[in-house]
Write a protein that binds this ligand. Structure first.
Ligand SMILES: [Zn+2]
Length: 444
């Protein structure tokens, strides 16, 4: 006989098809998702259903909190309102496996609530048609969830065991290279390691960590992960056990089980353990690397030892703190958003003061050449060279340094003219110069 049954399309049950691949899937090109959707179509056809819409999330985890799944969200929304865009009614879902839909209890409850928000809905999978309203249907869903949650737990456990085993061997952390090390994470980065060593001894001698961060900022030390030096990143760097060769894992110093001695990393230490203990003792326990872990932003990547902007290092934050005193945090150059201000200087301590880069540089230039600075006026020749564009940035910065030590920048006021040079005021912390200090370069 082998008769081909042709069903009346109006008798077919309209369902939405859903597919997902996880972020670690090798098929992030969408191949995995297409494949699942094709299977869904076949299953739907076998069960007398028709796919009226297909949604997918490619390379999206369903077990991690906070991962957006737009496809899943649309599925839930369609089920809740009863139809897809265009008005086609929806009577169920087809999906190759439950863990494509949910791996977290929150998602299961959202999905089930939406699916059963109207009577007569079905859930189709390779085993057939499920009744989501029955106790058996519900239990099946919960069992799938349990399996998925256990799997997730085992997987992350496996990863952390791997990290632990590496750590116990003294193998450096994976991930971005730590500040002070070369790419191999073992060899010292000479310039950075020197900064770290200096910072540790300065800190032990009582220097404020914010001042150390400001120094680094003035030197133009930056990192690829957006790491501009601030008090927190510097604290993390100088209190990390790796500076003295110790190895930590998940916020704990690793000890050799037999001896109780710290595990030594395979890398070169920057200071001796006594110095590391001493520098840690200058912080409250809560701010140490061992408390905060390596999750804090790290300074890595290339660093530029030479400042690239005129006012870098000269500007201090004029925003008022709660106690009425000025923040005085160092203003660092960063990328700006407009054509007029392709870079801006902003405070890394409080974040409440920033000024257009070109504006601040212009203001500084005006201060240097201002008529009322009396004796501290640069000679005419210098002015001419500056204005003709003959003078390089490094020399200009020397000229600035001989006129002003630091400038306070008042935070901008909403509604006030934005190009206001008076926001930059020199700090009268140095006695007025008796004469011109900057020695002009001799020779051609
Ligand atoms: Zn500030």
């Amino acid at each position: 006989m082998n008769q081909h049954v042709v069903r009346d399309p109006s008798e077919l049950i309209p369902v939405v098809s859903y597919a997902r691949t996880s972020e670690d899937s090798r098929q992030r090109d969408g191949h995995g998702v297409r494949y699942q959707l094709r299977i869904n179509e076949r299953i739907a056809h076998e069960q007398g259903c028709i796919v009226v819409a297909a949604y997918s999330d490619n390379g999206r985890s369903a077990s991690k909190e906070g991962v957006l799944r737009p496809g899943f969200d649309r599925l839930v929304a369609d089920l809740a309102r009863g139809h897809i865009d265009g008005g086609q009614r929806v009577d169920g879902v087809v999906c190759v496996a439950d863990d494509r839909l949910y791996r977290r209890a929150e998602d299961l409850s959202r999905f089930l609530a939406a699916l059963t928000s109207r009577p007569g809905r079905i859930h189709v999978d390779p085993q057939g048609v499920r009744d989501p309203y029955s106790q058996e249907g519900l239990l099946q869903a919960v069992r799938s969830l349990e399996v998925a949650v256990t799997e997730t737990r085992v997987r992350s456990r496996r990863v952390s065991d791997w990290h632990w085993a590496r750590a116990a061997e003294g193998v450096p952390h994976s991930g971005p290279r730590p500040f002070g090390r070369q790419q191999d994470r073992i060899t010292l980065h000479p310039a950075e390691a020197k900064l770290v060593e200096q910072a540790i001894s300065d800190r032990i001698a009582g220097k404020a960590v914010r001042a150390i961060a400001a120094d680094w900022c003035d030197l133009g030390v930056t990192g690829t992960r957006g790491g501009r030096a601030n008090a927190q990143t510097v604290t993390q760097i100088i209190t990390a056990p790796r500076v003295c060769g110790y190895r930590a894992n998940r916020g704990e110093l690793l000890l050799i089980p037999d001896t109780g001695q710290p595990v030594r990393g395979q890398w070169e230490p920057i200071v001796v353990p006594d110095q590391w203990h001493a520098v840690c003792a200058t912080f409250s326990p809560g701010s140490l690397y061992l408390h905060r872990g390596s999750g804090a932003p790290r300074l890595t990547g290339q660093k530029r030892m030479a400042p690239r902007h005129l006012a870098t290092g000269f500007l201090r934050c004029g925003a008022q703190r709660h106690d009425g005193t000025l923040c005085r945090g160092s203003l660092c150059a960063q990328k700006g958003r407009s054509k007029k201000s392709p870079y801006v200087y902003s405070c890394r301590s409080c974040g409440r003061c920033s000024i257009s880069g070109p504006l601040a540089d212009e203001a500084l230039e005006r201060l240097v050449f201002s008529e009322d600075r009396g004796a501290a006026k640069p000679p005419q020749l210098l002015r001419d060279r500056w204005r003709s564009g003959e003078m390089g940035l490094e020399e200009k910065r020397k000229v600035v340094a001989s006129v002003v030590t630091r400038c306070i920048v008042r935070p901008g006021v909403k509604g006030a003219p934005s190009w206001d040079h008076s926001r930059v005021e020199p700090l009268p912390e140095r006695p007025r110069q008796a004469g011109w200090r900057y020695a002009e370069p001799t020779g051609p």
